[in-house]
Design a protein around this ligand. Structure first.
Ligand code: PMP
Length: 353
C-alpha cells in the first residue's frame, strides 16, 4: 500500500473507499449505481438535502445559511465572489498569502474591481492588515496549500469576511459565524474532485448584484437546492460518505482537529530536529494540512525523492511554483502514516546526515 501525501486530490479513508465499493452497484437498495440515478429522482434529492444538512451540522452553521454544491472548483469562485458581492469599480480587499490567494486577486482584477491588497506575505501569515472601511469584503485564504502556512485565528475585520477554505474545511473547529461566505472544493479534506461547497448566509445574499447571468448568481443555486442543473452526483455522494466517516468513525470535528494537530506536530518536530531538512515556516504560521520543507543541501534532493518513492511514500514533491518538499496531511491521512514518514526522515538522516 502506498503512503499517500498528495496535495489534492489525495487520500480518502480506507473505510470510505470500501463503502463506495460496496454501494457501487446498488445505491441504498435501488438496484442501481448512484451514478445511474436521475438528479430529479428522490434518492438524489435526498442525497443533496442530507449532504447540505450534514455540512450545516458539522460546521455549526445557522439554519438559514445556504450550503451550495457547485461545480467549477475553487477557481470558479475566484470570479463568482467579486461578481456576486461587488460591481465593477467597487473596492474589494484581499490578503495575499500565497499562490491561490494571488489567483483570487488576479480574477477580481480581471473583473475590474478596485482591488486593494490589505496584507501580503507568502512565507508566513501576514500580520499588519490595512483593511479599507468601505471594502465590499475582505478575502482570506485560511490555509495556503502551496506555502504551507495557515491562519491560526480569524483576521479581525469590520467588513464582510470571505474565506477560501479549500485546503482546510472541516479539518478543525472554526467560528463559521464570523464569515459572510465560505467556499472550498471537496478534493482535499472532504471528498473527491468535482464538487465545491459554497456557504452563503441569507444576509450575504442581500449583497448580490442585479443583472448577473443566472448561472453565476448564487441565488439561482440556493433557490434550486443546488439542483438548478445536473449536479455532480457522484462527487456529492463521496462527500456524504466523508461526512459520515468524520461524524461516526472519527467522532466529530473536535477529535478530527486533535488528530490533525498531533499528526502535524510529529512531522514538524522531526523536521526541526533534522540537520538535513528545514521547515521555512515560523511556528505560529505553520499549516496542519501542508507541511512544507526544504533540503539544507540541494545535493540530497534527488536521492531523498528516489528513496521516498521506493519506500512507497508518494506525493512529497513541493508545488511546481516553489519546489522543495511538501507532505499533505489532510483528514484521511492517519497518524501511523505520518509516523512512517517521520521514521523514514529520521532513518534517512542516519544514513546521509
Ligand atoms: N484554493 C486553494 C487554497 C487551493 O489549494 C486550490 C487548489 N489546490 C484552489 C483554490 C483551486 O481549486 P480548483 O483546482 O478546484 O479550482
Amino acid at each position: 500500500m502506498p503512503y499517500n501525501f498528495y496535495a489534492g486530490p489525495c487520500k480518502l479513508p480506507e473505510s470510505v473507499i470500501e463503502r463506495i465499493r460496496n454501494e457501487f452497484t446498488d445505491y441504498r437498495g435501488s438496484g442501481m449505481s448512484v451514478m445511474e440515478i436521475s438528479h430529479r429522482a428522490q434518492p438524489v434529492l435526498d442525497l443533496l438535502e442530507r449532504t447540505q444538512e450534514k455540512i450545516r451540522r458539522l460546521m455549526g452553521l445557522a439554519v438559514d445559511d445556504d450550503v451550495l454544491l457547485l461545480q467549477g472548483g475553487g477557481t470558479l469562485q475566484f470570479s463568482m465572489i467579486p461578481m456576486n458581492l461587488s460591481a465593477a469599480g467597487d473596492p474589494v480587499d484581499y490578503i495575499d498569502s500565497g499562490y491561490w490567494a494571488a489567483k483570487a486577486i488576479e480574477a477580481a482584477r480581471q473583473l475590474e474591481r478596485d482591488v486593494h491588497v490589505a496584507g501580503k506575505a507568502h512565507d508566513t501569515i501576514p500580520t499588519a492588515l490595512d483593511i479599507r472601511a468601505d471594502a465590499r469584503y475582505l478575502h482570506v485564504c485560511t490555509n495556503n496549500t502551496v506555502m504551507g502556512t495557515q491562519w491560526q485565528g480569524i483576521p479581525e475585520s469590520r467588513v464582510p469576511l470571505v474565506a477560501d477554505m479549500s485546503s482546510d474545511i472541516l479539518s478543525r473547529n472554526i467560528d463559521t459565524g464570523r464569515f459572510a461566505l465560505i467556499y472550498a472544493h471537496a478534493q482535499k479534506t472532504i471528498g473527491a474532485a468535482g464538487v465545491t461547497v459554497v456557504i452563503v448566509p441569507r444576509k450575504t445574499q442581500e449583497m448580490i448584484q442585479p443583472g448577473l447571468p443566472s448561472f453565476f448568481d448564487y441565488r439561482t443555486h440556493a433557490d434550486a437546492g443546488s439542483n438548478h442543473h445536473t449536479p455532480p452526483v457522484f462527487a456529492i455522494y463521496v462527500v456524504e460518505c466523508m461526512l459520515d466517516w468524520l461524524e461516526k468513525e472519527v467522532g466529530g470535528l473536535d477529535t478530527m482537529e486533535t488528530l490533525n494537530r498531533d499528526k502535524a506536530a510529529l512531522l514538524y518536530e522531526t523536521l526541526d530536529a533534522s540537520t538535513l531538512f528545514r521547515c521555512p515556516v515560523p511556528s505560529e504560521s505553520r499549516s496542519m494540512m501542508n507541511v512544507v520543507f526544504d533540503a539544507v543541501n540541494p545535493e540530497i534532493v534527488s536521492i531523498f525523492s528516489q528513496k521516498a518513492e521506493e519506500a512507497g511514500l508518494l506525493g512529497l514533491q513541493g508545488h511546481r511554483s516553489r519546489g522543495g518538499f511538501r507532505a499533505s496531511l489532510y483528514n484521511a491521512v492517519t497518524l501511523e502514516e505520518v509516523e512512517t514518514l517521520a521514521g523514514f526522515i529520521t532513518d534517512f538522516e542516519h544514513c546521509y546526515g
